[in-house]
Design a protein around this ligand. Structure first.
Ligand SMILES: *[C@@H]1O[C@H](CO)[C@@H](O)[C@H](O)[C@H]1NC(C)=O
Ligand SMILES: *[C@@H]1O[C@H](CO)[C@@H](O)[C@H](O)[C@H]1NC(C)=O
Ligand SMILES: *[C@@H]1O[C@H](CO)[C@@H](O)[C@H](O)[C@H]1NC(C)=O
Ligand SMILES: *[C@@H]1O[C@H](CO)[C@@H](O)[C@H](O)[C@H]1NC(C)=O
Length: 221
């Protein structure tokens, strides 16, 4: 009992220290540890400050689920993760394993309220090796990301588990707020309207990593 309470409090402490490290950094957001061990999509940093970063992503091929309807981000992403995991573990037309990459991206649309269904599309970046000819699948399909129309992203980074929708909605509102008055505000707002307030969440950790998680809200424009 005592030792699990100790473990929990030291986990919490580590999380707080890491959160500080993440949000206190000046200049470019630091690369996620998982982008050192695994492949991540290439991007160029256009602007960086504590509250947000503007990036331009190179277009590449990703594997995406069909839209998953759910009231809960957690439930939808549990379902989505199982599909992606099954695919990379070899449940695909080649029966071959695919290297894990980061981040996993979740496009959220129609997030209207706690009692309504939202639509979630979960995708992951294909490693260079599989870019040209990804193994086929009934669970996920190849898509190009970003689309040529929106190659820029305004990003807000945050830590922790995304247990419920309100955390994400709050971080998205904070990103919107910090973009106010910036030279990107208008372009972001226009794109946001065109996508009916849809945005994405990038997660850089597997569900099994509890400490030092890196998440980012993505507003494409
Ligand atoms: C990504 O795009 C930039 C700018 O267009 C380019 O310089 C860079 O080589 C590209 N990186 C990759 C991995 O394709
Ligand atoms: C919400 O989604 C669930 C799961 O896909 C579905 O069973 C349910 O009918 C949907 N509810 C509404 C109100 O659309
Ligand atoms: C992978 O697993 C699912 C069951 O979860 C199955 O329906 C699907 O057809 C399998 N194979 C491929 C190639 O996606
Ligand atoms: C968006 O949500 C509204 C209200 O819950 C629903 O009537 C509508 O069908 C949803 N649209 C999509 C594309 O999911």
């Amino acid at each position: 009992m005592a030792s699990s309470a100790y473990l929990l409090s030291s986990l919490l402490l580590t999380t707080i220290v890491l959160l500080f490290a993440i949000s206190g950094a000046d200049g470019e957001y630091e690369k996620s540890g998982n982008c050192i061990d695994s492949e991540c999509p290439a991007y160029t940093v256009i602007h960086s400050q504590k509250e947000f970063e503007i990036r331009k992503y190179n277009t590449s091929k990703w594997m995406a689920t069909k839209p998953i309807m759910s009231k809960s981000y957690k439930k939808a992403t549990d379902i989505g993760f199982q599909k992606l995991f099954s695919y990379i573990e070899g449940n695909n037309t080649e029966g071959t394993k695919v290297e894990m990459t980061a981040p996993v991206l979740v496009d959220i649309s129609n997030m209207t309220g706690p009692f309504c269904n939202s639509s979630f599309v979960m995708s992951f970046y294909l490693p260079k090796k599989n870019q040209a000819n990804p193994p086929g699948s009934n669970l996920v399909s190849p898509v190009m990301w970003p689309s040529m129309k929106y190659s820029h992203v305004a990003i807000r980074r945050f830590g922790g588990m995304m247990e419920d929708n309100s955390i994400i909605a709050k971080e998205a509102a904070m990103l919107m707020n910090s973009l106010k008055g910036s030279e990107w505000e208008e372009a972001v707002m226009t794109a946001m309207k065109a996508r009916k307030n849809g945005y994405s969440v990038a997660g850089y950790n597997s569900p099994f990593e509890i400490v030092g998680r890196i998440n980012e809200i993505f507003f494409m424009f």
